[in-house]
Write a protein that binds this ligand. Sequence first.
Ligand SMILES: [Zn+2]
Length: 131
Amino acid sequence: MSLEPTSYPGVDPVKSGALGRCPRCGRGRIFAGFLRLEKACDRCDLDLAPLDSADGPAFFVMTIVGFVVVGFALYTEVVYSPSVLVHIVLWVPLTFILALPLMRVAKGLMVGLQYKNKAAEGRLASHDEND
Ligand SMILES: [Zn+2]
């Protein structure tokens, strides 16, 4: 099913990204698996291949989750001084519990923002375009 481009409502990239929905129509799913993107939206046929966010979401999730987990680990070490085994049992599972859901949300958000801002790979402008 394909709709005319003028019939699409304005889709909030944050809302559509968090829900894993298409950034153009807001209804089709963008994920074929946990983090793998569909080739195209099943509702509006938007080609999702150019919107692949590569490792951008992983960087943001690593930074955010790392800040939280290291902060808790440092606080726990300073206040309680537990053994290394306690740290491993606490912080390794917490890292996965926080990072896995955030990866999907971050990837959906980056796909939505790339679509909204018309992000594309950098290209050198030709001399004809500058004149
Ligand atoms: Zn769509």
